[in-house]
Design a protein around this ligand. Structure first.
Ligand SMILES: Cc1cc2nc3c(=O)[nH]c(=O)nc-3n(C[C@H](O)[C@H](O)[C@H](O)COP(=O)(O)OP(=O)(O)OC[C@H]3O[C@@H](n4cnc5c(N)ncnc54)[C@H](O)[C@@H]3O)c2cc1C
Length: 510
């Protein structure tokens, strides 16, 4: 084996890997990133077809508002200074067949008035909910992630506890209540039906949805104009400008270990690269069980991957439509009286989004329209490799397009392009277990892990670290970028070196 050629090898050019690369370079470490795909971003991506750009990721980016939580992270990564954001004043609408509609306004005053109109008899519950959203407009979510947990001593935990103290009430009340359970408390039948979907999935802790509304209200959860891939490319550019190297089409097959110390990686083409440290910013399961052969694990890690923790696998049907949707709300979930069967499951709700708020994503007068559904990974896996897989994709998109025809008469004739992404597409392009879009899905069970954090190292293995959505429950673009920042802070600490951050063009201490 040869000498280490570089200081840190990073596996994966998703947002976590790119961010780690940027902060490592800022701190004088020589880094190389190895990425299986031919482009950066991982799940933070988009794909172009016949003039339409289908975005596969960011709906809401925390940190899009100046001086708000996570904003300085994006400044350091050089991605926000030149970018425009679209801030919506409603999360989505939920519409029943009789036209009754719940508009999920981000402004708690407006939301409260609207909900009261819909159901005066649920006034107490509505008021309590909106009080919670108001309280969370002052809560800085990034506080939970601003410091590597491994470096936090009792004083740091106390300081964090004091900052979080005013919000413990809302956290305790809403953190362990799912949207589905919340809905059961309403008397109004329409709200009982609509509320589970108001944050897109019924098991989401209400507090997570409230935080999203609060951030939207603060204009700190915008959509980056140009879309997710352009956003990722900007971080890639920052990384390169800091002197980093990326190898594309470079899938790591094995993490090389010598005397329980990570020393490099071997690619599928048998090339080997060496470094003083290795950071895995890729799928959590394959890192532990494939790249390291399951040698450095624990009952707790094994337990996490035995299927009892939830992941979020999704089906995305993207349509290029020769019709202007800009006068429609940007996201409507239709509540169906009779279910449709899609991918083996009865669906009582169909969520439809369009992206006309960003004209750069479609040709003039045309629209990108997207339908997103939760789906079972196992369902698609059973079909994969058999000729019916493609037939099934076509059939599912056909069923959904028939549904769309009822909501938007004549749309069928205007559809110019149909693209179907199943969990297997996400798995194929990013290596994520079960095609999960966020690592572990946030629910009542996993929310506490967001606060306590998961270990970024593996038992018995030195000079090796894990970052990204599989060690930051709930994932999300800012949280995984912070994961990359934190690991470099931790490495600087190990090397007794002050952690530095640099703004593009200027530099200052962190
Ligand atoms: C549809 C959808 C909507 C979302 N909406 C939002 C949103 O609105 N806001 C938000 O903040 N977040 C959102 N997310 C979540 C967010 O995109 C992810 O949590 C985040 O991008 C994960 O980043 P990561 O770097 O941890 O992992 P990944 O993006 O999975 O990156 C891992 C990288 O490692 C590479 N890789 C894997 N294995 C190997 C290997 N063996 N060798 C080399 N390279 C390898 C992969 O190709 C990939 O590029 C959404 C995700 C999806 C899919």
């Amino acid at each position: 084996m040869t000498e280490a050629g570089t200081d840190i090898i990073i596996i994966g050019a998703g947002i976590a890997g790119l961010a780690a690369g940027c902060y490592a370079q800022m701190n004088g470490y020589r880094t190389e990133i190895f990425e299986l795909h031919n482009q950066p971003g991982g799940l933070c991506t988009a794909w172009e077809r016949r003039g339409y750009t289908f975005d596969g990721c960011i709906h809401y980016l925390f940190g899009s508002g100046p001086d708000q939580p996570f904003y300085s992270l994006w400044q350091e990564l050089g991605v926000i200074q030149t970018r425009r954001f679209v801030h919506h004043d409603e999360l989505m609408r939920l519409t029943a067949s009789n036209g009754k509609t719940l508009i999920v306004y981000s402004d708690p005053d407006r939301l409260e008035a609207h909900l009261m109109d819909l159901s005066p008899r649920d006034r107490k519950l509505i008021h309590a909910f909106c009080v919670g959203v108001r309280a969370l407009t002052d809560f800085d979510l990034s506080l939970l992630l601003q410091q590597p947990k491994a470096l936090m001593g009792p004083m740091d935990w106390t300081r964090l506890g004091l900052k979080v103290l005013p919000f413990l009430g809302p956290m305790a009340r809403w953190g362990l209540l799912s949207a589905q359970e919340f809905a059961h408390r309403f008397q109004d039948p329409f709200l009982r039906r609509a509320i589970p979907q108001m944050f897109a999935w019924p098991s989401i802790p209400v507090m997570v949805g409230m935080s999203l509304l609060a951030s939207m209200h603060n204009k700190n959860a915008g959509f980056p104009v140009g879309g997710s891939l352009a956003f990722a490319r900007a971080i890639e550019q920052r990384y390169r400008s800091l002197g980093g190297t990326i190898h594309y089409n470079a899938q790591v097959e094995r993490i090389l270990v010598q005397r329980d110390r990570a020393i490099g990686v071997r690619l599928y083409n048998n090339d080997e690269y060496f470094a003083n440290r290795v950071i895995a910013a890729c799928d959590g399961r394959s890192t532990v069980f494939d790249l390291l052969g399951g040698k450095y694990t624990s009952p707790c890690i094994k337990h996490r991957y035995n299927g009892h923790l939830p992941v979020y696998s999704q089906l995305q049907i993207s349509l290029g439509v020769n019709r202007d949707f800009s006068h429609h709300p940007h996201w409507t979930t239709y509540l169906l009286d009779k279910p449709v069967v899609v991918a083996g499951e009865h669906r009582y709700e169909i969520g439809v989004k369009h992206y006309c708020f960003d004209p750069s994503l479609s040709p003039p007068e045309k629209s990108v329209v997207i339908i997103m559904l939760t789906t079972s990974y196992q369902y698609w896996q059973r079909l994969y490799g058999r000729s019916i897989y493609n037939a099934e994709e076509i059939q599912e998109s056909g069923i959904l397009i028939d549904q769309l025809e009822q909501f938007y008469p004549g749309i069928k004739a205007d559809i110019e392009f149909v693209d179907v992404a199943t969990p297997l597409s996400y798995e194929r392009y990013t290596g994520n277990w079960q095609g999960s879009s966020c690592g572990w899905l946030l629910n009542k069970q996993t929310l506490p892990l967001l606060i306590t954090g998961l270990r970024k190292t593996l038992p018995g293995l030195h000079r090796f670290y894990r970052i990204g959505q599989w060690v930051e429950p709930g994932g999300s673009v800012p949280v995984v970028a912070m994961s990359g920042r934190n690991i470099i802070q931790q490495i600087c600490h190990e090397d007794r070196q002050a952690f530095q951050v640099m703004m593009p063009e200027t530099s200052r201490a962190g």
